[in-house]
Design a protein around this ligand. Structure first.
Ligand SMILES: Cc1cc2nc3c(=O)[nH]c(=O)nc-3n(C[C@H](O)[C@H](O)[C@H](O)COP(=O)(O)OP(=O)(O)OC[C@H]3O[C@@H](n4cnc5c(N)ncnc54)[C@H](O)[C@@H]3O)c2cc1C
Length: 505
């Protein structure tokens, strides 16, 4: 076998591929990203959800994302969000430093994520198209075509398929894509208007369908249109401006004087998912693992959260700080989360796309009577924002085990400042912590006043936080060195290395 070119070869430089590349490189892996496009992808996702904002913040990236959003439109924060096309989700009541959805075109999000991946040390090669791979006990050989039609062969120790819903890596790895094809279609248009449109976000429904409209750049408005009369049109039938105007008139009563479009897409509600995210040395991430109707703007956001989960694990495995079993925990943790997302999207679609009089009445009742109930509102917004995700909890767990960590003050510094330059973070109450610790691992230890620990951590004497900002283990009384070591070893799967892996790495 030839020499190794990279620890990790990532196919696809979209949101998932760029994020996984950044996190793996940050963790110490040599990473090469192969991206077939030389230009931008279509804008598609228009919002970043609060949990992703928290994760970006924990990497010191929020300044640049907020600036890019501000450049795009001044009122870039949406404090009241929607679920299944119904208004009233109080994002402004979320317990976070970012209680809003941030409006930003996916194209800009991808630029920022790819630039971050390069800063972290990943190499991004554009205009290179993956065609196949072969696995062997030591690694993976990847074949690709470069921009001139020449063939390229690269050796990596691990391969990540971040090549989207039509993933060729998935196909070549023989991983099935289980589910069904589209049963309905809808239309998304980034439309040029003859006048600037001032409203922030506008939503309307009647027996003819549903429209969401919001300003998306200078003199551009994004319309998402589900027209009852056009739902059975096949996905590959081109969208005409006449169709767009007719649908807008039927649902909104006017067509807004559209003069042209920067982007038009007819998309479907295909519903498919892979049964496993990891196959030996190959991992799939983002839309390569599932496809679903882009309900309530969560698709890309869950892809990025997947990538944060997988990325640090690849980094640890690549440099020998964790065994390969750690990659399997990516599947174990994210597969159930995504199954929940898929079920939730299916539920939303049932509620969202019934425009019969009974369906419209159900929506009215849901929006007017149920969504305002604080507990219902909290459940729904946690589902979308990504705050509901909780990972494995061991025996006798602390209430915070497996839960997400948000920005918090540590006295002299903040959690995000520490997280941006660390792997695991151990925060101990300064008043009760022992002076020294003897623990092996990539852990940054911070002693902070106990009063700084808030929320579910408020009673904790110590908390060990994973690189992806989830609690590995919290303790109500000061833990021994052995207890911390054990929690770190469990989180990194140390101590489960098999004989075969000791030989092959
Ligand atoms: C109309 C529409 C609206 C949407 N709105 C939202 C929204 O508001 N909010 C939200 O969160 N999500 C939304 N989504 C979903 C979002 O766009 C996807 O979830 C996201 O793009 C998935 O990211 P990814 O990196 O996994 O895949 P992709 O974005 O598809 O990226 C895959 C990358 O791999 C590259 N690639 C593919 N094959 C190869 C190959 N053989 N070799 C090399 N490179 C390759 C592609 O060029 C691409 O850059 C929307 C989707 C659609 C269709």
């Amino acid at each position: 076998m030839g020499s190794i070119d990279a620890d990790v070869i990532v196919i696809g430089g979209g949101p998932s591929g760029a994020t996984v590349a950044a996190e793996a490189a940050r963790g110490g892996a040599r990473v090469i990203v192969l991206e077939k496009r030389t230009g931008d992808s279509p804008s598609r996702a228009g919002v970043i959800q609060p949990r992703v904002l928290e994760l970006l913040d924990a990497r010191g990236l929020m300044g640049r994302f907020r600036q890019a959003a501000r450049d795009w439109r001044p009122d870039f924060e949406i404090p009241r969000y929607f679920y299944a096309g119904l208004t009233g989700l109080r994002y402004d009541q979320l317990d976070t430093a970012h209680p809003y959805a941030l409006i930003l075109p996916q194209t800009t999000t991808e630029h920022l994520l790819r630039a971050w991946a390069v800063e972290c040390g990943a190499e991004v090669r554009r205009g290179v198209t993956y065609s196949e791979h072969l696995q062997d006990p030591e690694g993976v050989t990847v074949r690709a075509l470069d921009g001139d039609g020449g063939t390229l062969e690269l050796r990596g120790r691990y391969l990540v398929g971040a090549d989207g819903a039509r993933s060729l890596v998935r196909l070549r790895a023989g991983i099935p894509f289980e589910g069904r094809d589209s049963e309905m279609t809808a239309v998304s248009v980034d439309a040029d208007l003859s006048f600037p449109w001032k409203a922030s976000v506008h939503m309307h429904r009647n027996e003819n369908g549903w429209v969401l409209a919001y300003p998306f750049g200078e003199r551009t408005t994004r319309f998402i249109i589900v027209a009852e009369a056009r739902r059975n049109v096949p996905r590959d039938e081109p969208v005409t401006m006449d169709e767009v105007n007719e649908s807008l008139r039927a649902i909104l009563g006017e067509d807004f004087g559209i003069t042209g479009a920067k982007w038009i897409s007819r998309y479907g509600d295909a519903h498919r998912m892979v049964p496993r995210f990891v196959e030996d040395r190959v991992a799939l991430v983002g839309e390569a693992t599932r496809v679903h109707y882009p309900a309530s703007g969560i698709g890309m956001n869950y892809c990025i959260q997947d990538a944060f989960n997988l990325g640090w694990k690849l980094g640890f495995v690549a440099v020998g700080d964790a065994p390969r079993e750690l990659l399997q925990t990516y599947h174990d943790e994210r597969h159930p989360v995504l199954q929940d997302v898929m079920n939730d999207v299916a539920t939303q679609c049932k509620l969202h796309f019934d425009f019969t009089s009974a369906g419209l009445e159900l929506k009215r009742f849901f929006e007017a009577e149920l969504v305002p109930i604080p507990e219902v509102n909290a459940i729904l917004r946690d589902r979308l924002s990504g705050f509901r995700t909780t990972y494995h909890r061991g025996a006798d767990p602390h209430v915070a085990d497996g839960t997400r960590v948000r920005q918090f003050d540590l006295g002299e510094t903040t959690y995000n400042d520490v997280a941006a330059r660390s792997d695991f973070v151990l925060v101990e109450q300064a008043e009760v912590a022992p002076r020294d610790r003897a623990v092996n691992g990539r852990i940054t230890r911070i002693l902070a006043p106990g009063s700084r620990l808030t929320g579910s951590l408020s009673e904790a004497a110590a908390v060990l936080i994973r690189p992806d900002a989830y609690v590995a283990r919290a303790w109500s009384v000061p833990p021994s060195d052995d207890e911390i070591q054990k929690a770190y070893d469990v989180s990194t799967c140390r101590g489960v290395r098999t004989e075969a892996q000791q030989v092959t790495g």
